[in-house]
Design a protein around this ligand. Structure first.
Ligand code: ATP
Ligand code: MG
Length: 285
């Protein structure tokens, strides 16, 4: 396989503006990064750094007030240029998305089973009963056995951990080539967080997924990803293999983040003094 075939997602010069009364406000600045097949890419940054906006641009679900510029090539097609009909075909069988807030992504008055069955009938052409049995198989896969009766439940009846497992089951139901998980475990306690991340990694390996894992936690990204992009206020501070970035960060901002993540054992001599504007000015073009 040559290098072009290995690259599944190629983001080039992605910028995103929010349009408000005062005019456009740029929240994502000229990002460049790529995801190779079978690898896991982390996008890390503080709250408001543009992680979800970037994810939404890739998934084609930017809010109406946002406009994206640049190119997002997926298997050679620019996702920023596809029609709504092409996008519907991609969502599910090609691109899976685990939302930051499962409560807002899952339908409040439709049972979990109904929500799971629908896309599988549409994209995989399964009959209702085939889709139902596959839905339960998927729930089994994410650790929810049939006895729990989750197929007939509604989202408000489930715990946070269960909702996230259901989201994962739904996101992989049409066997996407690329799965994008936006802060999949932020709202969960540490034990459940580890279970969910280990589950995602197992599914990645078993199903041969390529994965983008978004998090504000560099320690978590360091543990679970092959490559990483570091964002600050919508600017790309650095990108590279996770091992290189952790061992030898080029950006002072990343060094500060590493110092703030003591469990990585990356203590430096000085305590971090993170003057963010110093770093964003340095990369602003
Ligand atoms: N629907 C929206 N309308 C207007 N501005 C928005 C909207 N969503 C996000 N923004 C702005 O875009 C910028 C980037 O937000 P984004 O949600 O991408 O950050 P994030 O890195 O995902 O943060 P978090 O870690 O809190 O999820 C922020 O300045 C935010 O205020
Ligand atoms: Mg976010």
């Amino acid at each position: 396989m040559n290098n072009t075939e290995q690259v599944l997602l190629d983001v080039r010069g992605l910028s995103i503006d929010i349009i408000n009364e005062a005019g456009p406000q740029r929240v994502v600045h000229n990002l460049d990064f790529r995801l190779e097949r079978g690898r896991t890419l982390g996008i890390v940054g503080e709250s408001g750094s543009g992680k979800s906006m970037t994810a939404s641009a890739i998934m084609g679900i930017l809010p109406d007030v946002a406009v994206a510029d640049g190119e997002v090539f997926y298997k050679g097609n620019d996702l920023l240029q596809v029609t709504p009909a092409q996008r519907r075909k991609l969502s599910g069988p090609e691109l899976g998305f685990i939302f930051q807030e499962p409560m807002s992504a899952l339908h409040p008055t439709m049972s979990i089973g109904e929500q799971m069955v629908r896309p599988m009938r549409l994209h995989l052409g399964l009959s209702k009963s085939e889709a139902q049995s596959r839905a339960q198989e998927l729930l089994d896969l994410v650790g929810i056995p049939a006895q729990r009766g989750v197929m007939g439940s509604y989202v408000h009846q489930l715990s946070g951990g269960m909702r996230q497992r259901v989201m994962i089951a739904m996101s992989i139901s049409c066997e996407p080539a690329l799965l994008l998980a936006d802060e999949p475990t932020t709202a969960l306690d540490a034990t459940i967080q580890k279970q969910i991340l280990d589950l995602l990694m197992r599914l990645r390996d078993d199903l041969g997924l390529s994965l983008i894992l978004i998090s504000h936690d560099l320690g978590l990204v360091a543990k679970y990803t092959d490559d990483v992009v570091v964002l600050l206020d919508g600017y790309e501070m650095e990108a590279g293999t996770t091992a290189d970035v952790i061992a030898c960060p080029r950006s002072g901002y990343t060094r500060g983040l590493l110092e703030a993540a003591p469990r990585l054992g990356q203590r430096l001599d000085r305590l971090p003094v993170i003057n963010k504007s110093e770093f964003t000015k340095a990369v602003a073009k």
